[in-house]
Design a protein around this ligand. Structure first.
Ligand code: FES
Length: 70
């Protein structure tokens, strides 16, 4: 699954989906409830576009590290 390109704002709190059930794939929408999993809170240092991991294999989550292509 290819990464999702998103425009993120510096110092804003985001919640990366770790359960894979979110309708947006990469950001938590609350679908994890009851799964025992929780989202990963993260911030970005500058406002720009980022590639977020959608395959859940990145070692650098929430950011894509190319693992989806391996
Ligand atoms: S929906 Fe996946 S962690 Fe919240």
């Amino acid at each position: 699954m290819s990464p999702v390109k998103m425009s993120l704002e510096a110092n804003k709190e985001y919640h990366f989906c770790t359960c894979g059930k979110s309708a947006t794939t990469v950001l938590c929408d609350g679908s994890h409830k009851g799964s025992g999993l929780a989202p990963k809170t993260f911030f970005v240092p500058e406002s720009k576009e980022y590639y977020l991991c959608a395959c859940k294999k990145s070692a650098n989550a929430p950011f894509c590290d190319g693992s989806h292509a391996k």
